[in-house]
Ligand binder design. Structure first.
Ligand SMILES: [Fe+2]
Length: 339
């Protein structure tokens, strides 16, 4: 039975997104190697893309409406000193966003763009978030220089940017330390970066309200059960601006599922009495590597959950609806609507 949250328009890749094969070929990409970074075997030589038009007019309108839909207003807005206004876990409360963030067509287009198979980030709370910076409220960088803990992000601008709009882009650092600012030229435009390889900083907007959705992807290879590469997503940042009970439940589910899949894989692969020679050193070394990988996954998990226990500050809670600055958010859309 559909619930109240199932109401509203459906996401349709062909109507709402402009990522046809032709569009993909026209997107300018800056490779890691062009930026002076060393690219190890097996790594993807992709730094970031220049901005491209991602959402159609209708896609943009529906995305904007989703942000101001009642269940999202009631459950998803948070505020803290680090991020004055942010929207988390939207996919759980809006059908359009949930369908977009599970769309195979969308995933395939993004995979083609970066040159490797991507997976939607398995940590649902964090994989699709929106940060809002109100006009004139900040004069410093929104997030200072950092690497992301997951591999690829798609940054989607939802704001109208005035002709004299200053700031609001992402600074990308090359291997020499020089920075290049990438900024969407208008609403519905987006760019992709390999955020765990390219050091970056979000630059605050100076004279306009900046609304940017951050959509996270993992490499499919990293998440594969036979992989020895760990996704290092932890709760260090998320604990500042997301309900801890929600983080605990969703994060533990995602990390423990990974560990359980790994254990099932190890049981099938290494405990088969007919297929395995139990005195074979190669087999035992491989088993040990997988167990060490599993241990790291569990350590990251336990450290993250302990971070919640050690928090010691007021717990982040969704903002009451009457404290969400709806009018100011809607004002970031107005020049398009008035045009
Ligand atoms: Fe980042």
């Amino acid at each position: 039975m559909p619930t109240a949250r199932e109401e509203g328009p459906d996401f349709d890749f062909s109507r709402h997104v402009n990522l046809s094969a032709l569009d993909l070929a026209g997107i300018r990409v800056r490779k890691l190697s062009e930026m002076g970074y060393k690219v190890a075997p097996g790594e993807i030589d992709f730094g970031y893309s220049e901005p491209f038009r991602l959402l159609s007019e209708e896609g943009l309108r529906l995305y904007r409406e989703a942000i101001l839909s009642k269940p999202v207003l009631e459950n998803c807005y948070y505020s803290c000193p680090m991020v004055p206004l942010t929207i988390r876990n939207m996919a759980a409360h809006n059908k359009f966003i949930r369908q977009m963030s599970t769309s195979e067509a969308m995933l395939l287009a993004c995979s083609n763009m970066v040159g490797c198979d991507l997976a939607w980030h398995p940590f649902n709370v964090e994989h699709m978030m929106t940060n809002i910076q109100m006009k004139g409220k900040e004069a410093t960088k929104v997030f200072d220089w950092h690497h992301d803990s997951n591999s690829f992000v798609l940054l989607v601008n939802l704001s109208d940017i005035p002709a004299d709009g200053r700031g609001g882009g992402t600074l990308m650092q090359d291997a020499t330390g020089a920075a290049h600012e990438v900024r969407a030229p208008g609403p519905g435009w987006a760019y992709v970066m390999q955020g765990n390889r390219v050091k970056h900083a979000a630059k605050s907007s100076e004279n306009w309200t900046r609304i940017v959705s951050v959509i996270s992807f993992c490499r499919k290879d990293t998440l594969a059960v036979e992989s020895l590469e760990e996704d290092t997503v932890d709760l260090h940042l998320a604990r500042n601006y997301t309900d801890h009970a929600l983080l605990d439940k969703e994060y533990a589910a995602y990390r423990l599922s990974r560990s359980m899949e790994k254990l099932r894989f190890l049981k099938e692969r290494f405990l088969d009495a007919e297929a395995n020679n139990f005195s074979c050193l190669v087999r035992r070394k491989e088993l040990v590597r997988h167990l060490e990988h599993l241990t790291r996954n569990l350590q990251i998990t336990s450290r993250s959950l302990q971070m919640l226990t050690d928090w010691g500050q007021p717990l982040p809670r969704p903002l009451p609806v009457d404290e969400v600055p709806v009018t100011e958010i809607a004002s970031a859309y107005t020049s398009t609507q008035a045009a």
